[in-house]
Design a protein around this ligand. Structure first.
Ligand SMILES: O=P(O)(O)OC[C@H]1O[C@H](O[C@H]2O[C@H](CO)[C@@H](O)[C@H](O)[C@H]2O)[C@H](O)[C@@H](O)[C@@H]1O
Ligand SMILES: O=c1ccn([C@@H]2O[C@H](COP(=O)(O)OP(=O)(O)O)[C@@H](O)[C@H]2O)c(=O)[nH]1
Length: 473
């Protein structure tokens, strides 16, 4: 039987959910592998004085993980450096925050080589290999150089930037041409897929056909595969004992008010500063209503060794203090700003209690929180989703109140509209949103990608379309 090997920077076993520290990629991969078997390979998250290449195999929650520790310099140059100081801001259109440093390039190349060396003995002839995200763009090239002929697919969880932004990256073509060593390259949306094609057409005279692109003498399959959640499990999680306890706790503290909720890693791409300003505008514009409302913002710190993340945290500390200082009363604070993570079952209970889900990233590959908020709602009395038009999820969720997250006015108006929305309208919108969350779930994402990867070397006439989510996106 074909075995699936998933490779991502971080490997978070399913048991880690108790800490609430998972990002969306970890959540989605855990769910995908639990059913299929296979191995999840990547960094353990541990730092050691010297890289040994020793692989730690573990089985937890139905998933086999194979992890390696990285040395301090690797973490600095590869994870904090090239991945998160260079590629992350650049791919989220933030060239003002992008740092270019040759030592980062070297560390990034070294870790990709180390991943290839340690993964090599695990690979069996019929395995298909699925590589995730911007940390590992050169991995297929490294594996091919070591003689690996298995099918290898790549999925980018974050946006693909416009050509003119990508061109600001030193040696950009050298980096991204590595994607032609994969058999299939997938994106969250057609918008990112188009930007990808545009780059190679302009920079490498690529030819784009039906689900394929040719350049550098090679042809790669391409497609859009929007990631989803395990909607059924999340719906159930919202009714679990943990969720019920969270709802009870929230109900007491809400004291009859309407709760707005935001849940995001503390990342500048999530638009938290603009969100707080939009909410402040709502408070200023609606003095008669504001004490009936509060915003709960859950924002676990992330990548906190990086200066731009320390800066956004400082800004949000100051801004939340300013808003509460200006508006709070002895028995009410407008903004509950919480810098810690919660398990998803607890989040499910919190989402269900909130009248409004506020999801306003400035740029986001997909955004699973938007889908989780919808899945957790009570069908008979659902809340309203306010969603940034710049999240990948917006293409699939047009029934949300879509906003430009850079506009304080639009955020303030959407909050007012959402809080005042009549039940019939809330139900109508929620049913349409839920239909999409359920039909484009994490299983469909996995099945579509894996089927396209399995078929990647078939003659064109025998291939299924490599456009998994096209109809839904
Ligand atoms: O591993 P970290 O550095 O702590 O970051 C967590 C993850 O963040 C990013 O998630 C992306 O994937 C989500 C699922 O596809 C998507 O909904 C979201 O829009 C993306 O930002 C990152 O891409 C992952 O590699 C990280 O693991
Ligand atoms: O305290 C928290 C905050 C977030 N999450 C989960 O982390 C994921 C965030 O995924 P998303 O795609 O929204 O953004 P990312 O962090 O991957 O950029 C979602 O599944 C959240 O439920 C969590 O488990 N606990």
């Amino acid at each position: 039987m074909t075995r699936l090997i998933v490779v991502s920077n971080r490997v978070t076993p399913p048991t880690a959910d108790a800490t609430g520290s998972q990002g969306g990629l970890a959540v989605a991969i855990g769910e995908a592998l639990r059913e299929n078997g296979g191995v999840w390979f990547g960094w353990s998250g541990q730092r050691v004085p010297e890289f040994t290449g020793q692989v730690n195999l573990q089985r937890a929650g139905g998933v086999t993980t194979a992890t390696v520790d990285l040395e301090e310099q690797d973490v600095d140059e590869y994870y904090n450096g090239y991945a998160n100081k260079t590629l992350w801001p650049l791919f989220h259109y933030r060239i003002d925050l992008t740092e270019y440093d040759r030592s980062f390039d070297a560390g990034y190349a070294r870790v990709n080589q180390r991943f290839a060396d340690t993964l090599l003995p695990i690979i069996q002839p019929d395995d298909i290999i699925w590589v995730h995200d911007y940390h590992l763009i050169p991995l297929a090239r490294e594996l091919r150089a070591r003689g690996v002929t298995n099918r290898i697919g790549f999925f980018l969880h974050i946006p693909w930037p416009p050509m003119r932004l990508l061109a600001t990256l030193p040696r950009h073509k050298e980096l991204v041409s590595g994607l032609f060593d994969y058999d299939l390259v997938g994106f969250q949306t057609h918008e990112w897929l188009e930007a990808f094609c545009d780059y190679f057409q302009r920079e490498a005279d690529a030819e784009v056909g039906d689900g394929v692109m040719s350049a550098f003498g090679r042809t790669v399959r391409i497609g859009a595969f929007p990631i989803g959640i395990d909607a059924g499990a999340f719906k159930e999680a919202a009714k679990s004992a943990e969720a019920l306890a969270a709802r009870e706790r929230m109900r007491e503290s809400i004291a009859g008010r309407q709760m707005i909720v935001g849940v995001d890693r503390l990342d500048y791409s999530k638009g938290l500063e603009e969100r707080f300003l939009g909410y402040e505008r709502f408070l200023a514009d609606n003095p008669e209503r504001c004490q009936e409302v509060f915003l709960l913002q859950i924002a676990p710190p992330t990548r906190s060794e990086i200066g731009s993340y320390q800066e956004i945290r400082n800004k949000l500390d100051a801004l939340s203090g300013r808003i509460n200082g200006a508006y709070a009363e002895v028995d009410w604070v407008p903004l509950r700003y919480v810098n810690r993570g919660y398990p998803r079952a607890v989040l499910a209970g919190i989402y269900r209690t909130a009248r409004l889900g506020l999801v306003t990233p400035l740029r986001d590959g997909m955004n699973l929180v938007a889908k989780e908020y919808v899945a957790a709602q009570d069908p008979a009395d659902p809340g309203v989703l306010v969603l940034s038009q710049f999240a990948g999820a917006a293409l699939q969720m047009p029934e949300a109140l879509l906003v430009n997250p850079f506009s304080q006015e639009e955020i303030a108006e959407a909050i007012a509209e959402g809080l005042g929305m009549r039940k019939a309208e809330r139900i109508r919108r929620w049913e349409a949103l839920m239909h999409n969350v359920e039909s484009c779930d994490v299983r469909r994402w996995r099945d579509d990608f894996v089927a396209a990867l399995e078929a990647a070397r078939l003659p064109v006439a025998m291939r299924p379309p490599a456009n998994g989510g096209q109809a839904a996106a």
